[in-house]
Design a protein around this ligand. Structure first.
Ligand code: SAM
Ligand code: SF4
Length: 324
């Protein structure tokens, strides 16, 4: 599909739950979360129905996210069914990795081709403080289990927090001996992310270059997203940056998002889109769902305006509710 600004939209990020086994301070509060009721969460058959129609409209790539997608039961069964849909070429997953070791075999068998694992620090005490859970070892086990599959693309996603003990150079060093991408993702002013200091890409580049030498740009397009990649002499893997604030990528945006409640969102920053769950549960036909998808893609805004204070239709939900 092509949106009203001429961008090809062929990628959907599907959140399968708003629940999570961690409580990252920039994403979720510690207590008082009102989870979406099980009844209100899209069933797998409803997700499949929507994706079949998206695929009919040319969508090719799916990212499964959440909350923590691996807390949803039998996720591999959803992946296997998505993998059967004509036109779907790639299904990838974003996870905190804590439950990955126990589900990796089934996920790979079901057709997952790439996994992004979120890991903000290798410091056990800071990991515990930032996620409010003592799960670093399980997250590392998850990464190790993914690396047992040479055909799987494994990326580490790290959100810089402006905290010295986070040791971003140590995180970057994971790409030294392993064939993985380590990506630094700028904190977005969404939900609890508003409470954190902004850490610029430039400052991280300087830290890494001081330790390991020059970052050499990779010009080849890698992955579905806006990441800018660099090689470092002697590194097996690569370093990436996703800097949606300091380097706006909206002109090449290729995605929509389906929340776990079945709301098809046009953009992270805005609350507009279409309530596909109500449409489906009120007997909507495939033609009506199709029309709703076309309308949603048509409404995609030109760009985010995170730097502006008064934005109309601003999203007030947090990342775990939207699906990051
Ligand atoms: N639980 C999974 C995980 O952590 O990978 C999937 C969902 S999580 C919301 C997806 C990604 O969003 C994570 O990499 C997390 O670090 C990132 N994230 C959450 N809040 C953010 C924010 N305010 N700015 C930038 N990234 C954020
Ligand atoms: Fe959970 Fe991911 Fe949010 Fe952390 S970033 S609280 S792991 S959903």
């Amino acid at each position: 599909m092509v949106d009203s600004f001429g961008r090809t939209i062929d990628y959907v990020r599907i959140s399968v739950t708003d629940r999570c086994n961690l409580r990252c301070t920039y994403c979720m509060p510690e207590y008082g979360i009102e989870s979406v009721s099980h009844f209100d969460i899209l069933r797998y058959d409803e997700i499949i129905r929507i994706v079949k129609i998206l695929a009919y409209h040319g969508f090719k790539k799916i990212k499964i996210t959440g909350g923590e997608p691996l807390v949803r039961k039998d996720l591999h069964q959803l992946v296997a069914q998505l993998n059967q849909i004509n036109g779907i070429e790639q299904i990838t997953l974003t996870t905190n990795g804590v439950l990955l070791a126990e589900s990796i075999d089934e996920l790979v068998k079901a057709g997952i081709s790439a996994i992004n694992i979120s890991l903000d620090t290798l410091n056990k005490e800071l990991y515990h403080r930032m996620t409010r859970r003592d799960q670093l070892e399980n997250a590392l086990l998850g990464i190790k289990s993914a690396l047992n599959y040479p055909q799987l693309i494994v990326k580490i996603n790290c959100v810089p927090l402006g905290i010295k003990e986070q040791n971003l150079v140590e995180i970057a060093s994971l790409a030294q001996n392993l064939n993985i991408s380590v990506r630094f993702i700028e904190m977005m002013p969404i939900g609890y992310g508003n409470e954190f200091e902004f850490v610029s890409q430039k400052s991280i580049e300087q830290l890494i270059e001081k330790e390991y030498g020059p970052l050499i740009p990779v010009y080849e397009k890698l992955g579905n997203g806006p990441s800018k990649y660099y090689k470092i002499d002697g590194f097996k893997g690569i370093i990436g940056f996703i800097s949606s604030l300091s380097h706006k990528y909206c002109d090449c945006c290729n995605r929509v998002r389906l929340t776990c409640e079945g709301f098809l969102k046009t953009c992270l920053q805005y609350n507009n889109g279409y309530d596909l769950r109500s449409l489906i549960r009120n007997g909507g036909t495939d033609e009506q769902i199709s029309r709703a998808i076309i309308d949603t893609v048509d409404q995609k805004p030109l760009e985010h305006n995170f730097d502006k204070l008064n934005v109309k239709e601003k999203e007030i939900k947090s990342m775990f509710q939207i699906g990051g």
